[in-house]
Design a binder for this molecule. Sequence first.
Ligand code: HEM
Ligand SMILES: *[C@@H]1O[C@H](CO)[C@@H](O)[C@H](O)[C@H]1NC(C)=O
Ligand SMILES: *[C@@H]1O[C@H](CO)[C@@H](O)[C@H](O)[C@H]1NC(C)=O
Ligand SMILES: CC(=O)N[C@H]1CO[C@H](CO)[C@@H](O)[C@@H]1O
Length: 538
Amino acid sequence: MLDFIPTLSLPLIVSLVSASALLLNITFFFIVQTTKATRDHSVIPNGLPWVGRDKNEIFSSLRANYRGLTNSVELFRAGYRKYSKLGKTYVVPAWTRGPQIVIPPTMTTWISTVPEHILSAKECTFDNVQFKYTVGHPEILHSDLIGTLIKRELTRSIGQFQDEIFEVVENSFDNLFGIDGQWREVGVFDSFRQTVGSSINRIIVGKELASNMDFVLSSVQFAKDVSISSYIIHMFPKMLKPLASFFATIPNRYHSGIAMRYLRPLVKQRFADMCQARDDPTFKFDEPDDFITWMCREALKRNTLVETSPEALAYGIVLLNFAAITTTTITATHTAVDLFSAPNNASVIAALREEAATVLREHNGIWTKQAVSKLYRLDSVIRESTRMSGIGGTSMARKVKVPGGMTLPDGTWVPENNTIGVSMDGIHFDEEIYENPLIFDPFRFSRPREMHKPGDKPLVNEDFVTTSTSFLPFGHGLHGCPGRFFAANNLKIMFAHLLLNYEVEPFETRPPNISIDVISVVPMTAKMRIRRRVGEKV
Ligand code: HEM
Ligand SMILES: *[C@@H]1O[C@H](CO)[C@@H](O)[C@H](O)[C@H]1NC(C)=O
Ligand SMILES: *[C@@H]1O[C@H](CO)[C@@H](O)[C@H](O)[C@H]1NC(C)=O
Ligand SMILES: CC(=O)N[C@H]1CO[C@H](CO)[C@@H](O)[C@@H]1O
């Protein structure tokens, strides 16, 4: 009878303790977040108008941040209508990154040309992704090595590796979607991520490692880990970040650790071989043609530790994977869900198949660079999908680096270390720029080309990779994404092969993306039903 009491009171004690711990946690979280919000907001100049923040409210900063977290797309759109259209600058609260100062589209050209030491793109990215905490060797990102090689080597090599990329895509689809003509249900995002991870790495690390799924999947996992952990770390004040990040980045370290286990010996060996080949004329080394070789060759001309140590170079490959895979996969996923949920999907798909089949026939059945560049309709579909589904929030985000702050062309004064940018979402849905902007019009950008007759006024180049003040998914100007040519080529090979060889059951409605804070998240869990087309005429 006596031992009855402890067994009854133990759960009671446990729940009491848990309840008070929870209450304490909530109070702590509330205080921390109020302090963070108030501090973040205090640096914004008084004269600037806000959307989503009413300074007369109690806890105005915290409530504004909460609105920024749950409803940022609406806030950015409202601000665009109310201020951008009049050429005015406004402020949107964002829980994680702090308030975003949004400049009007009339200043897009200006911001795209201001040099890095005045308005820093790098520091903004570093801050957004909390690189200081989320990746192992953030100092690598200060070197221009990888960016330079993307521009100089990777982009130039498009065309040289078409067969290899096609082979990887074909194998990957065979494995994921089957070749027997049976319907299968697959995750859209996961399938593309695996295919993109393999095809990009075919050029980055070479055939052997690119077909190693342990490596490819850990690289793609790492990309996800960095995003998630950056969100968590953003929630903490600076003082607590080191501690919070120790726990939040456990997955980051685990997955980059797996990738590094494969990359470390590969890069080390390659670098050693290339050094020896340079110093010893009798040593014959047949360099494989891939990003690792290009990187080692460039490293031989550099002299800082982060640009010459095999460890840092290998980690650079992990980071390159981070920049390349998720962005391309998100684009592929949006394109697929937009395409297969278009009201006129059947005729759109027929038109795309016809184009792909014709082009392929004219190029003897091989997806050469030339052939891929003729897929105007497909290019338009990808561009249109990207127009509608670009990441929300501020584009071309830049951090003010001028000590003491700077005055923008419209006279607005912005303090040092604040973030300014334009609203891509506002511009992409502006009816003065795009006719019927809310409609997904797959051939919006290829129609002018197909309708064009000799003597008409010259065509404006509206290829997927062409950035402008009204098309910003890759940024524009100085820091425009250097990987976009490579990404576009990859995406078009994937979709051309998919359309010609597979049938996808149309979605009843477009799987919705969700918006968290200033990011719009692609429908990551959407599934599609797909089967191989067997013996069907195009
Ligand atoms: C469709 C896919 C992609 C999208 C939507 C995309 C988007 C972007 C954006 C918005 C920026 C920042 C531009 C700015 O701040 O103004 C950027 C920068 C960058 N991207 Fe991409 N990207 C894609 C694919 C890739 C690929 C495949 C690679 C690598 C092979 C890559 C490598 C980079 C690098 C290194 C930078 C930094 C450039 C700099 O700071 O100068 N991206 N990308
Ligand atoms: C896709 O096309 C089919 C056949 O024309 C049509 O029945 C279906 O409604 C379309 N899907 C959507 C989401 O509109
Ligand atoms: C801006 O940030 C830099 C680097 O974090 C710091 O050294 C500087 O003091 C900051 N300036 C202001 C005005 O906060
Ligand atoms: C910000 C963003 O990407 N929004 C898109 C989310 O998906 C809908 C369709 O469901 C698009 O219309 C939005 O543009």
